[in-house]
Design a protein around this ligand. Structure first.
Ligand code: AMP
Ligand code: MG
Length: 632
């Protein structure tokens, strides 16, 4: 069972909100939603289900919680987080409970995973997040350890201990934790556990104009999710399709093998020659310093074996691939013979060793062995190998159905008149190409206007007919688009802000249409951002759904120029890889890197990956690149 299925999430929203002037903190508006909705969006991907502990405005919390329960305290008088923990543990249907407060919308998306690892390693009852902090009054002083007791993963079996503790009248988390075996887990991003205490804090975050620490990118944001985290979260949710089909070998190119190919025969089926030359008995080869003459007694061709066994100092002229005549175990390549006549050959002692230039039966594949494991995306070499086994039909996964559409009132389709302020829809074509290349069955839904009804209808139709939906546009924050609202309405969709460029916003989740559902990838609108986010997030997830093992290959190349980069986000720049004078790979950028500049993408043959923590690159330094085209 995956960790996620063992954990229930509990949002602590039962406080009095004293520092906010007694407003209900969780319900405060924040970045287009409520604070508690943001916390829910971060918690939900980490747990099997979520409950909210709240003591006021229960209907409003229920609206956010949807099907999940809203649990008021059992104890009276806003008794604090332990009272929330108590009802959370009473409800908890799983062995573990993960808590997060309603006013901290930035906590790490791998919190459950990391707390759990420490809990297991230390055999603890509870694992709690800890950060290292500096005293703002004394910035020079050594950092101190700051525990975050409201961010903890706790075993539901501690409930009796908690109730005993509460019966004494004590209410402090720290006091209760002293009665448990606690594992502390150090997180290095202290901003991630920051909470919003006052209305001022809230407005401050809402505007997000806080000066960024200088070591980070100008728009680095503690709430931004690292690329690898987003990839992991997405891939953990999607699963391979079950259905398979039988195809003839020629129809199976680029499809995903659904059952192992078991070799019915040895390949090669018999010992044969790797060279054109002379087959002979190794024991007859001349000794040190000598040479020997062999009488040629016949010829073996591929497909026409010579079946007579040579005697001492006899040989058989043999062609590549021909079966080795009986009794022979070595082949002299013709170009290594010292002298060749019509009916004899002379060999010097050091021409070959006994056993040379033979391909042994079963050397490539043994009968009964796995020739190709399921999950393989079938490439030309695979078709060849399968054919070499005499197999003409294979079982493959059914094709993945992917619906896609572009959103935006400014978009015009080809053939339409381009009015002022409008652009032609290019993402539709880019996405078509990328999906087609992946071997998906594409459902092209064209352009959908920024209109709630049109979007809802398109998403429902797509969810009813496809396994996955790819949209472009409308997912960035503050966009005057309805996409976000409608997506959130139709399913369980999270809106992420990613620590990357281009491609900051991304929506991912499940869209429901009656009994049917599909995974939604809401990509940004900018043409380059669409491609980069498709390659990084949609591609691996779709491959996983297709049942294939993926991983984009990167290689290294020397940068011919300096590249500006600040740590704190991953950057993808378009580049051209070429061979340098000394034959090693080098890479230069394609000029303007704006996320709308598609021409730089067509010029490029690779993407230069500048990793999250990487800083400026000096000319001559090595960087990672992802090549657009593979060999196969
Ligand atoms: P959005 O994310 O919807 O705010 O779009 C961001 C930018 O990408 C805007 O300049 C859009 O005009 C542009 N854009 C969005 N969708 C497309 C598309 N399908 N083709 C070309 N440009 C687009
Ligand atoms: Mg738009």
């Amino acid at each position: 069972m995956s960790l996620k299925n063992k954990v229930t999430g509990l949002i602590l929203a039962g406080g009095r909100g004293t520092r906010m002037g007694r407003v209900d903190k969780g319900l405060q508006p924040f970045r287009g939603a409520t604070l508690v909705a943001h916390v829910l969006a971060r918690l939900a991907p980490q747990v099997a289900s979520v409950a909210i502990n709240a003591n006021r405005n229960l209907p409003q919390y229920q609206a956010v919680a949807g099907e999940s329960p809203v649990l008021p305290d059992y104890l009276d008088g806003f008794a604090g987080p332990l009272a929330g923990l108590q009802v959370g543990l009473q409800f908890c249907p799983t062995g573990l409970l993960l808590t997060a407060p309603c006013d901290s919308p930035f906590f790490p998306l791998d919190m459950a995973e990391r707390l759990h690892a420490a809990m297991e390693a230390e055999g603890a009852d509870l694992a709690m997040a800890v950060t290292m902090e500096h005293d703002p009054e004394q910035p020079e002083a050594a950092p101190f350890r700051q525990p975050h007791p409201v961010f903890s993963l706790v075993k539901s079996s501690v409930l009796p201990q908690l109730e005993t503790y509460l019966e004494t009248g004590a209410r402090r988390m720290e006091g209760f934790y002293k009665t448990l075996h606690v594992a502390e887990v150090l997180f290095d991003d202290s901003a991630a556990f920051g909470n919003i205490n006052t209305l001022e804090d809230l407005h401050h975050h809402e505007r997000s104009t806080a000066p960024a620490p200088s070591s980070r990118a100008p728009d680095a944001d503690p709430a931004a999710l690292a690329v690898e985290d987003a990839q992991r979260l997405i891939c953990a949710r999607v699963a391979p399709v079950e259905a398979t089909e039988q195809l003839s070998l020629l129809a199976a190119l680029d499809r995903v093998l659904a059952a192992d190919i078991i070799s019915p025969i040895n390949v090669p089926a018999y010992d044969n020659s790797a060279m054109d030359g002379y087959a002979l008995r190794g024991q007859d080869l001349p000794t040190e310093g000598a040479s020997a003459k062999f009488k040629t007694i016949g010829v073996a061709y591929a497909g026409h074996p010579f079946t007579q066994a040579p005697h001492a100092n006899e040989c058989v002229r043999i062609m590549t691939g021909a079966a080795i005549p009986p009794g022979c175990d070595s082949v002299l390549p013709q170009e290594l013979a010292a002298n060749i006549n019509d009916d004899d050959v002379t060999i010097t002692h050091n021409a070959i060793r006994a056993g040379a230039n033979l391909r042994r039966a079963g050397e490539d594949l043994q009968a009964g062995g796995i020739a190709i494991a399921q999950g393989k995306l079938l490439r030309p070499a695979d078709l060849g190998l399968i054919a070499s086994l005499g197999i003409g039909e294979v079982t493959v996964k059914r094709k993945l159905k992917v619906a896609f559409f572009s959103t935006g009132d400014e978009l015009r389709s080809l053939g339409e008149k381009l009015e002022d302020g409008c652009v032609y829809d290019s993402n539709r074509y880019t996405l078509f190409g990328m999906l087609q290349r992946l071997g998906c069955e594409v459902i092209d839904m064209g352009v959908v206007r920024d209109d709630p009804q049109a979007l809802e209808a398109a998403l429902r139709q797509a969810a009813a007919s496809a396994d996955a939906i790819i949209t472009s546009g409308g997912v960035s924050e503050g966009a005057a688009d309805y996409t976000r609202d409608i997506m959130a309405l139709l399913g369980d969709v999270a809106f992420w802000k990613l620590a990357m460029r281009p491609g900051r916003p991304l929506a991912f989740g499940k869209v429901q249409a009656g009994q049917d559902s599909a995974w939604l990838f809401g990509l940004p609108g900018n043409p380059v951002a669409v491609m980069v986010s498709f390659y990084l997030f949609a591609r691996p997830a779709l491959l996983r759904m297709m049942g294939a093992d993926s991983a984009l290959q990167t290689m290294q190349a020397r940068a011919t120029q300096a590249i500006r980069k600040r740590p704190g986000r991953t950057e993808y720049q378009r580049g051209i890889v070429s061979k340098s004078d000394d034959g090693t790979p080098q890479v230069r950028l394609t000029g303007a890197q704006g996320s709308g500049i598609l021409s730089s993408m067509t010029e490029a043959n690779c993407i230069v990956v500048l990793h999250h923590d990487q800083a400026n690159v000096a000319a001559g330094q090595t960087v990672d690149v992802m090549l657009f085209d593979g060999l196969v």
